[in-house]
Design a protein around this ligand. Structure first.
Ligand code: SAM
Length: 338
């Protein structure tokens, strides 16, 4: 056999140990290290004392992360933020701190250990660990749910404006964000379209957080938060429904049920809009192809191609009319009642 190319070995090795970095980032995020560095560089012992960590172990984590461009050791054991580390701060626009914390949480970490089980059986790994589906686990575990909801808002900060800008919402009177989380997308769309009114439809346990976010955005009088399950008929009406990163959580049969309920909610002349990553053809790198694995082990859904979305919508009595690309990885998949 030919001697392997050293660059190939390094590249593969770095991929194989991806979980080491994922967990290191998650721990640094959980300890709030980036927030502690917000005012400028600090020595590791100081960071350890403030975050309740062992100085030597924390140093090893920060040194490893500095080696990949997250944090920078400016002098011996003294660290500062880099642009990537800046996104691990809380409360900054586009903060990915909650996303990083979520990546290392027990309830996402352990299901990944069941990837082989998912690949062999086609079953969600989550249930094999926790004995229940994730959207039963989260309402029963408020601390996990708080991390999840914050992570969804964190991710939304990176695509909501692009969705609001790329799609023309002007012909819509009332827009219902179904499974809208804490409402960051709805707030962004409403602020860009001052005559639009919004309904946020969510599981009861998520509604309070949604009301707070919409109130903080000054949108309480243009919005209503409605509690319910999209697996039951949605007792709300709107000109259009939007579902961002919702359908990818579910298998085809469950997705069809949700979409049928949305179709009923918008009436015969309404629109159903999906904001999802659409898997492109070819071998190119694509975040959706990785997120698809998270869907396999944690959520039980899948990322889909354009043709797959067309078929899914058709099965729910909806006709896909176009796919609008945005400046983010999310596309808007527009459909009307068939
Ligand atoms: C992946 S998150 C996406 C949240 C939001 N649309 C976003 O993009 O940030 C999926 C959302 O679906 C909601 N959800 C799950 N099951 C639901 C159900 N049966 N009825 C209504 N909402 C549900 C969850 O609470 C969660 O907020």
């Amino acid at each position: 056999m030919m001697k392997p190319d050293p660059a190939t070995v390094v590249a593969l090795q770095n991929l194989i140990v991806g979980k080491w970095l994922s967990q290191a980032l998650s721990v640094a995020a959980k300890l709030g290290i980036a927030d502690l560095l917000g005012e400028g560089p600090r020595v590791c012992d100081d960071l350890a004392q403030q975050s309740g960590a062992d100085p030597s172990s924390l140093y090893r984590v920060l040194r490893a992360l500095a080696g990949v461009g997250v944090f920078k050791e400016v002098e011996s054991r003294r660290f500062e933020l880099t642009p990537m580390a800046g996104l691990l701060r809380s409360g900054v626009p586009g903060s990915l701190r909650a996303v990083a914390i979520m990546a290392g949480e027990d309830w996402t970490w352990r299901p990944w250990g069941k990837l082989e089980h998912s690949v062999r059986t086609g079953e969600r790994g989550f249930d094999a660990v926790f004995g229940m589906p994730p959207f039963e686990y989260l309402p029963a575990n408020p601390e996990a749910a708080a991390v999840f909801d914050a992570a969804m808002t964190g991710w939304s900060m990176h695509n909501a404006a692009a969705v609001a800008q790329a799609y023309d919402f002007s012909g819509i009177g009332t827009l219902m964000d179904v499974g809208g989380g804490h409402g960051f997308l709805l707030a962004t769309i409403l602020k860009a379209n001052p005559s639009l009114r919004g309904v946020l439809f969510e599981m009861p346990t998520v509604c309070e957080g949604a009301r707070s976010l919409l109130a903080a955005e000054g949108l309480s009088d243009r919005t209503r938060v409605a509690a319910g399950s999209f697996f039951e008929p949605i007792g709300e009406r709107a000109d259009a429904c939007i579902l961002k990163s919702v359908i990818h959580d579910w298998d085809d049969a469950q997705s069809t049920t949700i979409l049928r309920h949305c179709r009923e909610a918008v009436g015969p002349r309404g629109r159903v809009l999906l904001a999802e990553m659409v898997i492109p053809p070819g071998n190119g790198p694509d975040f959706g192809k990785l997120l698809d694995l998270e869907m396999l082990v944690v959520a039980g859904g899948r990322e889909r191609t354009e043709a797959e979305y067309r078929g899914l919508l058709a099965g729910a009595g909806l006709r896909m009319t176009r796919v609008v690309r945005t400046a983010s990885p999310s596309c808007v998949i527009e459909s009307v009642v068939a």
